[in-house]
Design a protein around this ligand. Structure first.
Ligand code: ATP
Ligand code: MG
Ligand code: MG
Length: 553
């Protein structure tokens, strides 16, 4: 019979599958633990876990740890932490490496069935035989070895008789196919790096095209959800399950998230980190999930964004503005507003007494009174932001400049600039102004607050302001819209993407708010630590979490 066409075996596989799943939907999220997850993975997580949840099914977190070269313990921990941060809980946590023995047995069975062969071609020869991706493939000289020889050679591979690259087990599929995935893909290769979980037990490791379909089959996955670049791989996926006469899951492909202004590839992100272009995997200019969390983006905004993208079957580049708008919509109703003066410049109100004061009751949120209020007292001596004043304002500038007026947010009346001082270098060191009495500068025009822009301010008193050691402002890391398309993306890096302000001021409510944020972050970290206690290699760092949440809020 042709593979997969034995009706009895198909029936039996189906029966066992339904028994194992209890007819539930089974999905999996299968990251390779070779880096930190990025926003593209958030899309995959939402689809994989969300689809299962919608159907009352189960979703595995499967660490696809079949390549010992790039895997590290911290990635396992962080991946689980990020799945939970997004609000999902794996039904089971599994490791492809737990199946190494079964996968080896499958490969041996495939070899004995005459559907796999040991190949000694080097990479170039293999590529050339495949017509370098074009043309028609040719059979390599090892393709028609007798079965017994392949069995013997595969055992030798397993026993460590071959150094890396000297031998590989390949599926023997179909060189006449129009689909390159059918041109005898590699099942097993020799690797001498010790494995994160299995140490040096194995000298050979399964390739993705071999391990992935079979792990899906072993876990009784009903919907193997993946991205569009795997459409062609589906044919060899199904061939393999059929050739071994095992349960064959159905693969479904959806668009990969591509975000303008950045790239989503662990390999390239790693190059940015290792090249020192950013301060680490959690640098807020990156789109890793730990960076987004550090920036203060709540999981709800991530989910909103992914949900609005929907599931589609054509790739498209998504504008960053769509992500930003999802963030804004989420934060809009949850985040308190505080006055900040990034680069303080002195402001003196000349026409009030030295002990003049005006206390402002500031709502912490313009639309949500329940968030409470903070008190702030205006004085004769204040600080405003350097950027809110121009000696010679450009036409569209509507904040403070000589002779012009501005509202100090929440103040009784506008102030009008009457003068300023500069240092030798021409930097403004102080600004003088007059508090209006309800009329215009010449007493002829009533101010309407809508005509006057309002700016942040803070009083120059010890209790009226908090000095911040460092405020970091992040601009996009790349100059162009699509660094992913560039050969040399490092040339596209924006040299001014990080601006550091020292000595910025913020209003005192920051203390109480940050205390409650720290508490909240601690509670959450504790919850996660508890939940993660069952997870073998966990080292969730509660302290790091607090730092992270603090830095952003
Ligand atoms: P990378 O190139 O960043 O390493 P990957 O696809 O190799 O990405 P995996 O860790 O193997 O990363 O991915 C786990 C799952 O996440 C896969 O199912 C993969 O298809 C999905 N995924 C990865 N990147 C994206 C993306 N940009 N959009 C949607 N899904 C993605
Ligand atoms: Mg992958
Ligand atoms: Mg990858």
């Amino acid at each position: 019979h042709a593979p997969g066409e034995n009706p009895q075996i198909n029936e039996e596989n189906k029966r066992r599958h339904l028994e194992a799943t209890g007819k539930r939907v089974m999905t999996r999220f299968p990251p390779e633990p070779n880096g930190y997850l990025h926003i593209g993975h958030a899309k995959a997580i939402t689809i994989d876990f969300g689809y299962a949840k919608h159907h009352n099914g189960c979703c595995y977190l499967r660490f696809d740890d079949t390549n010992p070269d790039a895997e590290e313990g911290v990635y396992f921990d962080s991946i689980l932490e990020m799945v939970r941060w997004l609000g999902f809980e794996p039904w089971k946590i599994t490791y492809s490496s737990d199946n190494f023995q079964k996968l080896y047995d499958f490969a041996m069975e495939l070899t004995k069935r005459g559907k796999a062969f040991v190949c000694h071609c080097d990479k170039e020869t293999m590529q050339a035989a495949k017509g370098n991706g074009r043309g028609t493939p040719t059979a390599c000289i090892h393709r028609d070895r007798p079965i017994e020889e392949n069995v013997r050679e595969f055992e030798r591979m397993k026993n460590g008789d071959y150094p890396e690259k000297a031998a590989a087990l390949r599926m023997k599929i179909d060189l006449s196919s129009g689909n390159p995935y059918m041109w005898d893909p590699v099942c097993y290769r020799v690797k001498t790096t010790p494995h994160h979980r299995t140490g040096d037990k194995w000298k050979i490791y399964p390739a993705y095209d071999f391990a992935h379909p079979l792990c899906d089959s072993l876990e009784n996955i009903t919907h193997s959800l993946c991205t569009l670049e795997f459409v062609e791989a589906r044919q060899s996926y199904e061939w393999l399950c059929d050739a071994l006469e095992v349960y064959k899951p159905r693969q479904y492909e959806t668009a990969r998230l591509q975000l303008n202004g950045t790239f989503l590839s662990k390999r390239k992100i790693r190059a940015l980190v290792e090249g020192g272009y950013v301060r680490g995997w959690d640098d807020p200019r990156l789109f890793t999930l730990i960076a987004l969390r550090r920036r203060g983006i709540p999981p709800a905004a991530m989910l909103r964004f992914v949900e609005e993208l929907g599931v589609s079957t054509s790739d498209s580049e998504i504008k960053l503005q769509r992500f930003e708008s999802a963030i804004r919509q989420t934060l809009e109703l949850t985040v308190p507003r505080l006055f900040v003066v990034l680069e303080p410049v002195k402001l003196v109100i000349e026409n009030v007494a030295e002990d003049w004061s005006h206390t402002v009751e500031k709502p912490l949120h313009p639309k949500i009174p329940e968030m409470g209020k903070a008190q702030l007292t205006m004085r004769k001596h204040m600080f405003i932001d350097k950027d809110d004043f121009r000696i010679t304002p450009p036409a569209e500038f509507s904040r403070l400049s000589p002779g012009k007026s501005v509202m100090l947010m929440g103040g009784p009346c506008p102030v009008t600039c009457t003068g300023y001082e500069t240092d030798d270098a021409g930097n403004v060191t102080s600004i003088r102004c007059a508090l209006e009495n309800g009329t215009g500068p010449n007493g002829d025009k009533k101010f309407k607050s809508k005509d006057t822009v309002a700016i942040h301010w803070l009083p120059d008193t010890p209790e009226g302001k908090v000095e911040l050691d460092e405020v970091r402002f992040f601009e996009p890391l790349f100059k162009s819209d699509n660094p992913a398309k560039l050969e040399n993306y490092t040339d596209d890096i924006n040299p001014d993407s990080l601006k550091v302000y020292t000595g910025a001021l913020i209003e005192p409510a920051f203390f109480s708010l940050s205390r409650s944020l720290i508490k909240q972050a601690k509670d959450e970290a504790e919850k996660r630590t508890k939940a993660a206690a069952t997870f073998s290699s966990s080292n969730v760092d509660a302290k790091a979490d607090v730092k992270v949440e603090m830095g952003t809020n």
